[in-house]
Design a protein. Structure first.
Length: 356
């Protein structure tokens, strides 16, 4: 399928921010990628077009019944100026899994990877170069058919927008304090917790706001049935190092299968020296291990922060400190290794990198 490109005249391009001024999610580039779906016709008309508003009928299905999925990944600039993507096909494979669950037609992965690279080549000057910065990529699919009624739509729009984002850790790691959520739940087995679909995040807002009011940056979700086992935090999977065992909650349908999570598991298994267990872990076990000094480290893993050390956990009014409120050696080593591969300062022996 040929990808048509319509560019913005060079005198109408947006000014680009300085790397030092970059935050997350508030600046978007000059162009976007689009692809349409109509039942009977399939995905068609791939194109790069100027970034701009979508015009939607007020009856558009996504606005009422939330038939929507998205992805999140980054484009990195190497020190030689070249651009590269990390495990990009894993993101699109996951997007297709989300699509199946939400009755959205699956994408042709080769086509969307090519479409993304075409967009990135048009926007190459938007990829910041300072260590830790990157160009965030947000592929999205929305149901665009205009009708009221609960059934899968017959029309969809796939689009990709891009925005430069700042270094997550400007002055070194910032271990976070998390609140274990006792009242609200994020997802339940059999539901859509393993799907990157907007409704999951809308459903999490209330508990997150309550936690923010109490001074916490993140909530740690427990399983919805017993309120006993650790699931994950906002947009990160959780890992715990207890003695020499790295414990990772298993993917049971309620947890998002994070690509950073897989990457951590792959690397730690390769390095050896730790027992790696994908198993259920009760919050009581975490708290006990912390009290007894056996919880060596706890950290989140996700594309935005890569590794986010947890310094304090609060559950039922009790606060425990992890690793002295500092970043532990395993979290640091993982962060260094993963970012070195992403920015191309270490060779890619796993076949995780695609150049643009
Ligand atoms: C995206 C996301 C993650 C992390 O996935 P990565 O592929 O590592 O970025 C974890 N949990 C939730 C709920 C997410 O939305």
């Amino acid at each position: 399928m040929e990808i048509k490109t319509t560019t913005v005249p060079s005198d109408q391009l947006k000014p680009k921010p300085k790397d030092s001024e970059l935050a997350f999610g508030n600046i978007f580039t000059d162009h976007m990628f689009m692809l349409d779906y109509h039942a009977g016709q399939g995905w068609h008309d791939p194109r790069v077009v100027p970034y701009g508003p979508l015009v939607l009928d007020p009856a558009t299905a996504v606005l009422h019944y939330a038939q929507e999925i998205f992805e999140g990944l980054k484009c990195y600039r190497r020190t030689d100026g070249g651009l590269q993507l990390f495990r990009v096909r894993d993101n699109f494979r996951r997007m297709n899994e989300s699509a199946r669950r939400m009755c959205i037609p699956e994408l042709d992965i080769d086509l969307v990877v090519e479409g993304l690279k075409t967009l990135l080549r048009v926007e190459r000057d938007w990829v910041p170069g300072t260590q830790g910065t990157s160009l965030y990529i947000r592929p999205t699919i929305i149901a665009t058919e205009a009708f009221l009624g609960v059934r899968p739509a017959a029309q969809y729009l796939y689009y990709v927008i891009l925005g430069p984002v700042g270094a997550y850790y400007k002055e070194g790691f910032n271990p976070i304090k998390i609140l274990v959520e006792e009242k609200y739940v994020r997802a339940v087995r059999g539901g859509v917790g393993s799907t990157k679909t907007g409704g999951n995040y809308a459903a999490s807002l209330y508990a997150a706001e309550e936690a923010h009011k109490k001074g916490f940056t993140q909530v740690l979700w427990l399983d919805a049935i017993e309120r006993k086992y650790v699931e994950e935090v906002g947009t990160m999977n959780m890992l715990f190092l207890i003695d020499d065992e790295l414990v990772v909650p298993p993917l049971g349908g309620s947890i998002l299968p994070g690509i950073t999570r897989y990457t951590v598991l792959d690397l730690v298994r390769e390095w050896g020296g730790y027992r790696v267990s994908e198993r259920h872990i009760a919050i009581d076990e975490v708290m006990d291990a912390a009290r007894n000094g056996r919880l060596k480290e706890a950290f989140g893993a996700g594309t935005a922060a890569v590794i986010s050390p947890v310094g304090w956990i609060v559950y039922k009014g009790e606060e425990v400190e992890v690793a002295g409120g500092k970043t532990g050696p395993l979290a640091q080593k993982l962060y260094d290794e993963i970012t070195s591969i992403q920015y191309g300062t270490k060779p890619d022996v796993h076949g995780w990198i695609e150049t643009v």
